[in-house]
Structure formats: C-alpha cells, structure tokens
Design a protein around this ligand. Structure first.
Ligand code: F6P
Length: 345
C-alpha cells in the first residue's frame, strides 16, 4: 500500500480541512494510506506525524483552521533541515506529499519537488495572490466575512456621518479589499497594486461629500505602503522570522490623515485575523474538496511537481515552477469596475 503525506504550511485559512478530508477519503478509495504531518514543514523536520483515516476526518469539512496545525517554517533555510525532511519521508515510507500552502510554502514546495520528492501543491490563502489559479482556498470565506463587516460599519457610519476606514488583509495584493469593497459598496478602495496620493483620495471624498454623501467607507489593504499615506517607512525590526513585514496599521495612519485633512470625524477598524477564522463558505468547502480529489488523481498518474488550480469552471494542473516566487496582482478589469461605481472625481 502506498502512503500519501499531507501538510498545511503558512497562515491557516478556512477550507484547509475540507482539502485534507478529500485527500484522505479519495485516497483511501484508491488504496492509499494517509499520514498527516503536523505544523507544516516543521513536522517533516521533526518527524511529527499522525495517521489519518476515513473516520479521523469525519465532520471536519465545516471546521475552520487546520486539524494538522501549521507554521511558517522555511525548509530551505537550513541544509540540515532538508536532510531531516528526507529522513522522515524514508522513515515513514511516504511515497508522495500533498502540500497545502500560499506563495511561501508553495515556492519551497517547488524546490523540494525539484530535489526529487514526488509532490503536489494545493493553493490556499485568503489573499488569493497565487498565480495561475482563479481562486485559492480561503479567499471566498474572507471576502464574505469582510463584506459582512462593511455592511455593519455602513449603518454606524451613516448614523454618525463619519468616515469609516476598514483595514483588511492582503500582504502583496489587494484582492480582499477590492472584491469585498465592491460587494460592500465602498467609496474608496486602496490597494498595493494601484498608486494613489493622499491628495487624490481627499479630492475623491470631497467630491462625494459635496454631492450630498454624508458618510464614507474607505477600504485599505494592509500591504499598501505606509509611505503613500504619510511619511513613514517600516523599521527593519518589524519583521517576522520569514522576513515578512508585520503590519503596524496603515489603516490607523490613513484614518488620522483623512481626519486632519478633511476635518471629518473618522474611525478605523482593523479586521485582522477575524478574516481567517471560523467555518468556510460552501464555495470554499467545494473548492477544497475538488482540489483534494484532483491532488490524489495527480499522484495516481504520477503528475508530480505540479499545483492543482481553478481556471474558469475547471480544475487543471500547472507546474509549480510557473507559480513559485510570483504574486498574482488584482485584475485591472475588476479594479476598473470598482472605480466606475465608487463616485468621486
Ligand atoms: O498570508 C496570508 C495572511 O493572511 C496575510 O494577509 C497576513 O498579512 C498574514 O497572513 C498574517 O500572518 P500571521 O498570521 O502570521 O500574522
């Protein structure tokens, strides 16, 4: 009997458990045994594993997070770690790996696959910034959470005639801000991909207020450079173990700047990790299930070094080399749709 090892790396997101369940269940139907690797690459380094069976994944499709745990451990940082990974694969006779991850985890997966490990990637990140796939697991749930939050902020903004700044996740791309901003009827959407100045933003809002609007919703992606909003840059110490910037709150800076320049009372909400928590939407559960089943199919046919992806209505595979170290920016057409419905200049 062949063995599939499954790991989830990077930030968690709703939908991971649905994919784990699909790999285990569709694998067992085809005679594969499944092993869960705890806490991402760290579990492969430490040999921290658990058996996964049809019954151990019972009921997890509706649960957020990941039953396997996750970490941001980079397996390539230390050559000794890489040897330990190979030892674990040998020790537990793991024939193929399924790696669920975002850009960082899947870039590492590409390197591990290139070194000869039979591996399939599954794209997950609420940021939706993995190339070659229309959607990654978790994005739909995050957009639905943010849209609900904007709806709630709308009524309080309206009552107090305030500007509400909503800071959402989106490290390098503004997919959540743009999509939820459109869905929630935001008046301004500020994202890393689109250059703007504070003069532009204030001008837009002035036009909206002059035309009778009495409140405003401004959505900003956390990765929007601070320098755009005011004269601050990120101190080197403010980075996590992967060198990622720990976001200090561009939303707060934006809120203060808008209040100072426009003289309109402003409040700021940073939605933070609420966007990654809780149960997945039905879309994410189905997407995760389709990806999990497709990953096992790639193992069966030996189509290794690939990532399963959603393109249009179809699940396809793309080489990991085509997505590694790359980020998918927002669709300019989608941004144009937002611009046409935001009002302002
Ligand atoms: O990478 C996905 C993401 O959700 C980013 O949008 C966010 O900046 C980051 O994870 C937060 O990571 P952590 O949970 O490690 O603070």
């Amino acid at each position: 009997m062949k063995t599939i090892g499954i790991l989830t790396g990077g930030g968690d997101c709703p939908g991971l458990n649905g994919a784990i369940r699909a790999v285990v269940r569709s694998g067992s139907q085809q005679g594969y045994r499944a092993i869960g690797i705890r806490n991402g690459w760290q579990g492969l380094i430490d040999g921290d594993i658990e058996d996964l069976t049809d019954s151990s994944v019972y009921g997890i499709i509706s649960r957020g997070g990941t039953i396997l745990g996750t970490s941001r451990t980079d397996p390539l940082k230390n050559p000794a770690h890489f040897r330990k990974i190979q030892d674990t694969l040998e020790k537990y006779a793991i024939d193929a790996l399924v790696v669920l991850g975002g850009n960082g985890t899947l870039s590492a997966a590409h390197e591990v696959a290139t070194s000869g490990v039979p591996l399939i990637g599954i794209p997950k990140t609420i940021d939706n910034d993995i190339p070659e796939t229309d959607m990654s697991i978790g994005f739909d749930t995050a957009v639905s959470i943010v849209t609900d939050a904007i709806d709630r902020l709308y009524t309080t903004a309206e009552s107090h005639h305030r500007i509400m700044v909503v800071q959402v996740m989106g490290r390098e791309a503004g997919w959540i801000a743009l999509t939820a901003g459109i869905a929630g009827g935001a008046d301004e959407i500020l994202i890393p991909e689109v250059h703007f100045t504070m003069d532009d933003v204030c001008q837009d809002l002035k036009v909206q207020f002059a035309s009778g609007k009495k409140f405003s919703i401004v959505v900003i992606a956390e990765g929007t450079p601070l320098e755009t909003v005011c004269d601050i840059s990120v101190p080197e110490c403010n980075r996590d173990e992967c060198g990622h910037e720990k976001f200090v709150g561009v939303g707060n800076l934006l809120g203060s700047e808008l209040e100072r320049r426009l003289g309109i009372e402003t409040r700021v909400t940073n939605l933070g990790h609420v966007q990654r928590g809780g149960s997945p939407t039905s879309f994410d559960r189905v997407l995760a299930t389709r990806f999990g089943v497709a990953a096992v199919e790639q193992i069966r046919t030996g189509n290794f070094g690939t990532m399963v992806a959603l393109q249009g209505a179809h699940v396809v595979t793309v080489p990991l080399s085509s997505i590694a170290y790359r980020v998918k920016p927002v669709e300019p057409d989608l941004y144009a749709v937002a611009k046409k419905t935001m009002g302002g200049s």
